[in-house]
Design a protein around this ligand. Structure first.
Ligand code: UT7
Length: 330
């Protein structure tokens, strides 16, 4: 009997821009201080994509090209590119569309997927389904955000958190049980009250007034988002382990969305994982929204072993949240 096709991760890439925005830089811009930021969030610095005419696609491209080089494939061999992002280059065409052209993925189709900080998990699960269907051989899933394009740098409660970055994985069919094994994804639109962008969509198109009222920036009520994130990310991670008859002892790493170190610690503690089994790079990059989880995979690549079980977990705007179980495949 042939085993079911799973979507194995066969290469990973990551990219952050060179420019650093440190806590001491932010002290010059808003009423804050390094100690408050580090103790309340765990962040010391974040990367910012500077330069005219640079968008999220410019973060995706180096990550995808790294993957092609590492795996020894040509961009023309890619079947599909999915970009999880809330900061597309433009409303349309999709960032994936632009990226396909810019990397030379001339045989690929692609689309953007909007699920805020859960964008990578939603995209990974979608990409895995394309592979599992048997129709596609090489799907690239990217999580990327240029958060600096929607951050109000006079709002101290949001500008300290976010940064720019991208990570990507290549999915290929596998029949040895590697790859995306299970996923629980959730959504609750009532969460929009606490985290959203007020204008710029079809509900409230951009106008001189919306710009004057600063309605094209992130609006976040930190405390309610924090409370939901702490419980929901832990709940869903626990549920994922339970339904796969696993405990924290079976897991090599928790790969959490990097929004706040305290939310990460709460999730790790709920599923019984000690600090050394939790990927944390929030101190260097801040919250890159859809970029956080694949950037962790990229940073930890050399420490991952074939067969390692990983729990990827996220919570973000929408609300959207979820957890995905992966058996590392290379
Ligand atoms: O990834 C997408 C999902 N987003 C999240 O998961 C974010 C979840 N929320 C958080 O991480 C936290 O709520 C924040 C980091 C955003 C804020 O931390 P907090 O501990 O919840 O702070 P707070 O909003 O309750 O504010 C506490 C105090 C306030 O002062 P008063 O009213 O007690 O005098 C704020 O004005 O801290 C003040 N404050 C600051 N002080 C110095 C808020 N921001 C700052 C700041 N520097 N940057």
């Amino acid at each position: 009997m042939t085993q079911k096709i799973s979507a194995a991760i066969t290469a990973v890439g990551g990219y952050v821009p060179d420019d650093i925005l440190s806590n001491s830089d932010l002290e010059q811009m808003v009423d804050t201080n390094d100690e408050w930021i580090r103790t309340r969030t765990g962040i010391s610095e974040r990367r910012i994509l500077k330069g005219l005419h640079k968008g999220t696609s410019d973060l995706c491209i180096p990550a995808i090209l790294q993957i092609c080089e590492k795996r020894g494939i040509l961009p023309s061999e890619i079947d599909c590119i999915i970009v999880g992002t809330v900061t597309p280059d433009m409303f349309f065409p999709s960032t994936a569309n632009l990226v396909c052209e810019k990397v030379g993925a001339v045989n690929a189709w692609g689309f953007d997927l909007l699920a805020a900080c859960s964008g990578f998990l939603y995209s990974l699960t979608t990409g895995a389904s394309l592979i599992e269907s048997g129709r596609y051989q090489k799907v690239i899933v990217v999580g990327a955000d240029k958060m600096s394009s929607i951050v109000d740098y006079s709002d101290r409660s949001t500008c300290i958190i976010f940064g720019d970055g991208a990570g990507a994985v290549l999915l290929e069919p596998n029949q040895e049980g590697f790859g995306v094994l299970d996923s629980i994804l959730k959504s609750d639109g009532s969460g929009k009250t606490h985290l959203h962008m007020k204008s710029g969509g079809s509900l409230r198109p951009a106008s001189i007034e919306t710009v004057a009222r600063k309605e094209h920036f992130i609006y976040q009520e930190g405390q309610p988002v924090y409370k939901f994130a702490v419980t929901r990310m832990a709940d869903v991670s626990e549920e994922l382990l339970k339904r796969n008859h696993l405990t924290g002892d079976d897991i090599a790493y928790l790969v959490p969305h990097q929004a706040n170190k305290r939310i990460i610690d709460a999730t790790a503690s709920r599923i019984g994982l000690s600090e050394e089994k939790v990927m944390v790079n929030i101190q260097r990059y801040g919250n890159t929204t859809a970029g956080t989880i694949p950037l962790c995979l990229s940073d930890w690549e050399s420490q991952l072993k074939k067969g390692d079980l990983l729990v990827l977990a996220a919570f973000g705007g929408g609300f959207t949240w979820g957890a995905t179980l992966v058996r590392w495949g290379f």
